[in-house]
Design a protein around this ligand. Structure first.
Ligand code: UDX
Length: 443
């Protein structure tokens, strides 16, 4: 099938390359010439495992092209909207500028029978408004909503082997025909057994924001338990392991620590609250305010813990920060808890040295005043306090005995509960973590 993908950022670039790998002819359209040029050369503009290889092999087939020219999408019969919906400056609501602009570009090339498919995360009600706009300009075209659930670091597999496909269609609006067209796009995935749910436009939009809100709530729940554990002297990791064995609860997304960040969960729960307010249903989501507050408190607590460990003041202390990205296997530093803690400590007078395997270029653009080094060894050299803030495998696997020889004072704060406390203590380190005992367990 001939497909266009509007927006070639994280979501769109991966989606375009994945669709080409399924055998479709794909044109990716973006307004940023540098992004288009890099992708056309086979260079991934962000770090995503498996994506550069997929991109290059798709380009080699000749079935994938990138352009800034909207007219190149005129031959396509399915047009995906994959642009971002960032948080509006100074507000909780989502900024719809890019979604609106992409839709206007698409309606300029629509033909009867074309299908527009929204994938961006949008405030509920957007899809109906855009469906009206599509049919106002081209009555023979239709719009569906097909939210994405991809995680950074797993974007390729989440696109090609998702847990489910959700199709939002307008009831009675040639629904069966539009479903059949999208089934054609995802034919091989459906044949491989990926389940799909067909629902209305509104529910499809809500599925995405509800899923992200649930994940954020799960993380903040366990972080609230971490606060309780600290107050009462319990251990949040043991607690998570034990409650997670209950099949109704499950262990995933119960890792306590610095909390959630990135380009999705924080802004999506805020936009959801803002939209609920517009709909007169703000009470239904007032718990998300608490979810957000618990999450932000973790960062403050981490800085406080560092101060406590340094005897009441971090001024002038040499601090090694391992990790800057919001999570491992990503170079994304948007709302990164790690970078936020590093910056706070620097602002409060510590001498902070940050390292990260992939995120230094992005992190140094955001916080040019922080000192960045390439390796953990350089960061550890002479450190009086070590903070592990992103659980990259290279930090989780650090040898505590070797690391001890590099630092001035063997004190480590594990912001992601990712190190083995026994091993670090056995090697002579003072080990502290959020929500955990500050001494070994009695048993
Ligand atoms: C998320 C959703 O998972 C995805 O479905 C949606 O499409 C986009 O938003 P992503 O932002 O890539 O994906 O990251 P995710 O893996 O969900 O992690 C989000 C944040 O939560 C990270 O900062 C991570 O470190 C943190 N997290 C995750 C925890 O603190 N504890 C956990 O147990 C899990």
């Amino acid at each position: 099938m001939k497909i266009s993908v509007f927006g070639c950022g994280y979501l769109g670039a991966v989606h375009a390359a994945c669709m080409a790998s399924l055998g479709h002819e794909v044109v990716g359209v973006d307004v940023i010439p540098e992004q288009v040029a890099a992708l056309s050369r086979g260079e991934a503009p962000f770090h995503e495992p498996g994506f550069p290889e997929l991109l290059r092999s798709a380009l080699d087939t000749g079935r994938l092209v990138f352009t800034t020219d909207v007219a190149a999408a005129a031959d396509a019969v399915v047009h995906f909207i994959c642009v971002g919906t960032p948080q509006r400056r100074g507000e909780n609501a989502a900024d719809m500028t890019y979604v609106n602009a992409a839709t206007e570009s698409i309606v300029g090339v629509l033909k009867p029978g074309d299908l527009v498919v929204g994938k961006s995360t949008v405030p509920v009600g957007t899809a109906t408004r855009l469906a009206d706009r599509v049919q106002e300009v081209e009555p023979g075209a239709r719009l569906m909503w097909n939210p994405e659930f991809l995680r950074e670091g797993h974007a390729v597999s989440d696109t090609l082997e998702p847990d489910r496909l959700v199709y939002g269609v307008r009831t009675g609006d040639a629904a069966a025909d539009t479903v059949a067209v999208l089934d054609g796009v995802y034919a091989s995935m459906l044949a491989a057994g990926v389940p799909r749910r067909v629902t209305d436009l509104t529910t499809a939009e809500l599925v995405k924001t509800a899923a992200n809100s649930f994940l954020a709530t799960k993380i903040s729940f366990i972080n609230a338990m971490a606060e309780l554990c600290e107050a009462a002297g319990g251990d949040v990791t043991e607690l998570a392991d034990a409650i997670g064995m209950d099949k109704r609860i499950g262990r995933s997304f119960l890792n306590a620590g610095l909390g959630f960040g990135g380009g999705c969960l924080p802004k999506d729960i805020r936009a959801f609250m803002a939209r609920a307010g517009e709909l007169g249903a703000d009470q239904a989501l007032s718990f998300l305010r608490e979810v957000d507050a618990i999450n932000m408190r973790r960062r403050v607590r981490m800085v406080d813990l560092a101060r406590e460990e340094c005897g009441g003041s971090i001024v002038g202390r040499r601090v090694a920060v391992l990790g800057a990205s919001f999570k491992p296997h990503s170079d994304d530093v948007r709302d990164s808890p790690a970078l936020s803690v590093a910056a706070q400590m620097q602002l409060q007078g510590a001498s902070v040295v940050v390292t990260d395997p992939w995120a230094i270029p992005n992190a140094s653009k955001k916080w040019p005043d922080l000192q960045f080094v390439e390796t953990a060894e350089e960061a550890l050299a002479g450190a009086e306090l070590v903070l592990v803030l992103t659980e990259w495998p290279e930090y989780v696997e650090l040898d505590p005995a070797a690391a001890k020889t590099m630092v001035t004072t063997a004190r480590v704060l594990d912001g992601r509960n990712c190190l083995d406390p026994e091993a670090w203590r056995a090697a002579g380190w003072r080990y502290r973590a959020l929500g955990r005992r500050d001494a070994p367990a009695a048993v």
